[in-house]
Design a protein around this ligand. Structure first.
Ligand SMILES: [Zn+2]
Ligand SMILES: [Zn+2]
Length: 162
């Protein structure tokens, strides 16, 4: 059995850091502490995601933050395979909007929905250089990825980058 504590990858995320507000602060502080904690309803025991003020099953507000195991399998992946080049004409001849400074080091950039062992499907950036994790059902694990904001985000990593 692997540790419930999240590993931190060496790659730094150049996109925005997390948007932290009182309702999700506990989630992001758990990522800082290298745990993936989700809310479990105190009344009906539903483990839930996304983070929210009320249980979507029974509407109760009382909940406990519980660390889940970091293992999961890929449900689906969105891949950005190339950066948009500034100055190139788009389909209608207009100049393309570009985010290339933020993205060029990160291409190919993958975002996945991952079916976690706990039964919930979680979103996050997927790190994989061998491309095997782009396939449905591949085993990945939740990891901590640092951002320029100083607050890390959660993501997923295939064994090829761990
Ligand atoms: Zn509930
Ligand atoms: Zn891989």
């Amino acid at each position: 059995m692997t540790s419930i504590q999240l590993r931190e990858v060496e790659i730094q995320h150049l996109g925005p850091g997390p948007f932290i507000h009182p309702e999700n602060e506990q989630f992001w502080s758990s990522i800082r502490e290298h745990y993936l904690r989700l809310q479990r309803c105190d009344r009906c025991q539903t483990l839930r995601f996304p983070v929210c003020s009320n249980c979507y099953n029974c509407l109760a507000t009382d909940h406990t933050w519980e660390a889940i195991e970091p293992e999961g399998t890929v449900a689906t992946v969105l891949s950005i395979e190339r950066q948009t080049i500034p100055g190139t004409a788009g389909v209608w001849g207009q100049e393309r909007v570009t985010r290339d400074e933020a993205w060029k080091e990160a291409i190919p950039y993958h975002v996945a929905l991952v079916d976690m062992k706990c039964g919930l499907r979680l979103p996050g950036r997927l790190l994989c250089t061998c491309r095997l994790a782009l396939k449905h059902g591949t085993q990945v694990q939740a990891v901590v990825i640092q951002t320029l904001s100083g607050n890390p985000i959660n993501g997923f990593a295939h064994e090829c980058v761990l």
